[in-house]
Design a protein around this ligand. Structure first.
Ligand SMILES: [Mg+2]
Length: 393
C-alpha cells in the first residue's frame, strides 16, 4: 500500500474533544467525568467542547448551555482556558512539522499534513500515522484521531470515521468502498438544510448520491453545488496542503503620494483595486471566500480588516461592495490615509465555514494561533462571546 503510482498521501489530524481533554489532563479530578467547556449554566452561551463522558448524555458542541445542563446537570462546567489550549496547539503543530515540512493547521486542534514520500524515512503510511499519534501522546498526554488518504476529503473523513483515538488509512483503491456507505451528511458543506433536500430525493448514502443523475443534482443545488456533491461522492478533492492564504491569496494596494482624506478619491481607489483583484482572481480561476482591506495612516499605523463570506466572490463589483463595506464599518473612514489595499483569499471549499474575523496586522503575527482559537470559539459560541481582550469591532 505504501507504493502509490503518482498520487499523494494526505494525513488529517484532529485532537479528540480537545478543550475538555486538556481540562481533564490538567485536573485529574475531572477524569472519567462529564466535562463541559464553554459558557456557564444560567448564561445564554453554548457548549464549546465536551468530554466523551458528557456526550453519553447527548451533550454536543454548539448546544445551548441550558440544554446541556438539562441533560447533564452533574457535569463539571468550565470556562475555556484559551491560553493553555493555544500552548498545546503550538506543541502539536511543532511536532507535526518535525515529521513533515508541509503542515497546514486548519484550526487550533486540527491540521493537514502532506506525508507523501516520507515512507523512505519512516516506513509505511500506517507507521507514520501511528508514530505521529504516539509522539503527540508522549508530549501532551492527549489523544488524537488520524485519517490518511489520497486527498484532503478522504483524510478528513477517515479521521472522523474512527474517532476517538482513531487511526484509519484509506488507500486510493479503497476510496469508493469507504465512501459509499457513509451518510451524505458526512460530506463537506452538507448542512442540515442540504441533507433534508437530498433526503427528499431519496438519497441517503454516498452510494445513493453517486447513482443520482448530474441533471437532477443541478436542478436542486445549482451547477456549483451539484459539482461539489458529484466530486465528493467519487472521492475527488484537492490534495494540496500548505499555507492556503499565502498560496491562494491575491491582494493589490496603492500608496498615495500624500495623505488623502477625500472620501470620493478613496472610494475610487477601492474600486480600482477591487477590479485588479477581480481580474487576477478570475485569471487564476479562483474565487475567494475571505475579503480583506488594509489601511495605513500617515504615522504608519497599519490595520487590516477581514471578513469571511458564505459565497465566494470573483466579480469586481461584489469585491468592491464588500471591501467598501469593510472600510466603512472599520471606523477609519474619516481619517486621512496613506495607503489602502484590497485582498481576497481562498479557503478550501471542503472546510466548514467559520465566523467573521477581524484582526489587526500587528497582532496577527504574534497571535495567529490564538486568533484561530478565537475564531473557532466565536463560531461555536456565537459572535462576540469571547474576546480574550483582543480588539473586536
Ligand atoms: Mg477536535
Amino acid at each position: 500500500m505504501s507504493e502509490q503510482r503518482s498520487g499523494k498521501w494526505i494525513m488529517h489530524l484532529d485532537m479528540d474533544a480537545f478543550f475538555a481533554s486538556v481540562e481533564q489532563r490538567d485536573h485529574p479530578e475531572y477524569r472519567g467525568r462529564p466535562v463541559i467547556v464553554g459558557a456557564l449554566p444560567g448564561s445564554r452561551g453554548v457548549v464549546a467542547t465536551c468530554s466523551y463522558e458528557a456526550r453519553q448524555f447527548g451533550v454536543r458542541s454548539a448546544m445551548p448551555i441550558s440544554e446541556a445542563h438539562r441533560r447533564c446537570p452533574q457535569a463539571i462546567y468550565v470556562r475555556p482556558g484559551m491560553g493553555r489550549y493555544a500552548d498545546v496547539s503550538k506543541q502539536v503543530m511543532t511536532l507535526l512539522s518535525d515529521i513533515s515540512p508541509v503542515v497546514e493547521p486548519v484550526s487550533i486542534d486540527e491540521a493537514y499534513i502532506d506525508i507523501t514520500g516520507l515512507e523512505k524515512l519512516f516506513g509505511t503510511v500506517e507507521k507514520i500515522a501511528a508514530m505521529t499519534k504516539q509522539r503527540i501522546f508522549e508530549q501532551t498526554q492527549l489523544n488524537c484521531s488520524i485519517g490518511v488518504g489520497p486527498n484532503r476529503l478522504i483524510a478528513k473523513l477517515a479521521s472522523e470515521f474512527d474517532k476517538p483515538n482513531g487511526l484509519k488509512i484509506v488507500s486510493p483503491e479503497q476510496v469508493q468502498a469507504f465512501l459509499d456507505p457513509l451518510p451524505v451528511a458526512d460530506l463537506r458543506g452538507v448542512g442540515r438544510q442540504t441533507v433534508k433536500s437530498i433526503n427528499r430525493l431519496g438519497i441517503f448514502t454516498v452510494h445513493d448520491l453517486r447513482r443520482c443523475s448530474q441533471e437532477l443534482l443541478q436542478q436542486q443545488f445549482g451547477e456549483r453545488g451539484a459539482q461539489h456533491l458529484y466530486n465528493q461522492a467519487r472521492g475527488i478533492a484537492s490534495d494540496l496542503v500548505g499555507q492556503v492564504s499565502e498560496r491562494k491569496s491575491i491582494s493589490k494596494e496603492h500608496t498615495f503620494g500624500q495623505d488623502v482624506s477625500d472620501q470620493q478619491l478613496i472610494r475610487d481607489w477601492f474600486r480600482r483595486l477591487s477590479s485588479e483583484v477581480g481580474r487576477s482572481t478570475r485569471k487564476k480561476e479562483l474565487a475567494g471566500h475571505v475579503i480583506s482591506i488594509k489601511v495605513r495612516f500617515s504615522n504608519f499605523e497599519t490595520h487590516t480588516r477581514q471578513q469571511r463570506l458564505r459565497t465566494p466572490l470573483d466579480t469586481d463589483s461584489t469585491i468592491f461592495q464588500h471591501a467598501l463595506a469593510l472600510f466603512e464599518k472599520s471606523g477609519f473612514a474619516n481619517r486621512a490615509v496613506r495607503l489602502i489595499g484590497v485582498g481576497l483569499s481562498v479557503w478550501e471549499a471542503e472546510e466548514p465555514l467559520m465566523g467573521d474575523l477581524f484582526e489587526s496586522e500587528v497582532e496577527s503575527q504574534r497571535d495567529k494561533k490564538l486568533y484561530s482559537a478565537l475564531d473557532e470559539i466565536s463560531d461555536k459560541f456565537g459572535d462576540g462571546t469571547v474576546t480574550l481582550g483582543l480588539p473586536k469591532r
